[in-house]
Design a protein. Structure first.
Length: 254
């Protein structure tokens, strides 16, 4: 659909945008001033504009991987200066909603687990949340997740998890690869919940846990123990044994 028609349907005109702010944002004048150059740019201009563009991303008008209109086009569309547009785009970039390609422009991206896990890591650090609390949170979450999967998991999905275990056994001496496969095993279980939000949350918690540090010890027995616990989880899934599953998970996540 042409951009003009999409804008008519979902966006606001520049005059509507200006009225929503209670005034007329500056046009191509000195950055940081009003149109008349008599005062500072109100913060609400670029904040409100970033919200406008974000809403268009959420609605699907600007889908993932699509290139946004240029700064000049957006400035003309909203009746503001390019300086306001740049500030609004900076806000969206900080939210993880843009992928900047030098020389080409700004492309829409949707927040992924790595972006959200980074924010969670900041919260954990600033609030001085300790390792024991992180482990307990993972135990509570993964028990509930596995319990959901227990009732619906199919033989094909169990076979897929078994294949991961075989790959883990083949790389017990490779800490990095083993840690990646260990993460894949837990994320695969989350995928089998058939719930996209649970899968996303599992991905975030997984990234907060640095498995390479967990398995970095020279003692290979730690990795062998993790592999054995994975296989016991598979036994619990096959037998629909909730008690066994909870027991193994309590031993596994520590």
């Amino acid at each position: 659909m042409p951009r003009e028609r999409r804008r008519e349907r979902t966006g606001r005109s520049s005059s509507q945008f200006q009225r929503a702010l209670g005034g007329d944002p500056f046009s191509e004048g000195r950055p940081g001033t009003t149109r008349e150059g008599k005062g500072p740019m109100p913060d609400s201009y670029y904040i409100h504009l970033s919200s406008e563009i974000e809403n268009r991303i959420r609605s699907g008008e600007f889908p993932e991987n699509e290139k946004l209109p240029s700064e000049r086009q957006l400035a003309a569309e909203y009746g503001v200066s390019r300086a306001v547009i740049r500030e609004a785009l900076r806000v969206l970039d900080e939210k993880g909603l843009l992928r900047v390609v030098v020389g080409k422009g700004n492309y829409v991206r949707l927040p992924k687990g790595d972006y959200l896990s980074g924010k969670l890591e900041d919260v954990i650090a600033y609030h001085h949340i300790g390792k024991d609390d992180i482990i307990e949170a993972r135990q509570v979450f993964e028990r509930a997740l596995a319990d959901r999967v227990l009732e619906t998991i199919t033989p094909d999905r169990i076979a897929s998890l078994e294949h991961l275990c075989e790959k883990m056994e083949a790389c017990l001496d490779d800490v990095t690869h083993f840690a990646e496969l260990d993460a894949d095993f837990h994320l695969r279980i989350a995928e089998y919940s058939d719930n996209r939000l649970l899968e996303l949350l599992a991905n975030i918690l997984n990234q907060v846990t640095d498995r390479k540090k967990v398995f970095a010890h020279d003692d290979i027995r730690l990795r062998e123990s993790a592999l054995d616990e994975h296989r016991r989880m598979l036994d619990a899934f096959r037998q629909k044994d909730r008690a066994l599953l909870e027991k193994v998970l309590a031993e596994h996540i520590h």
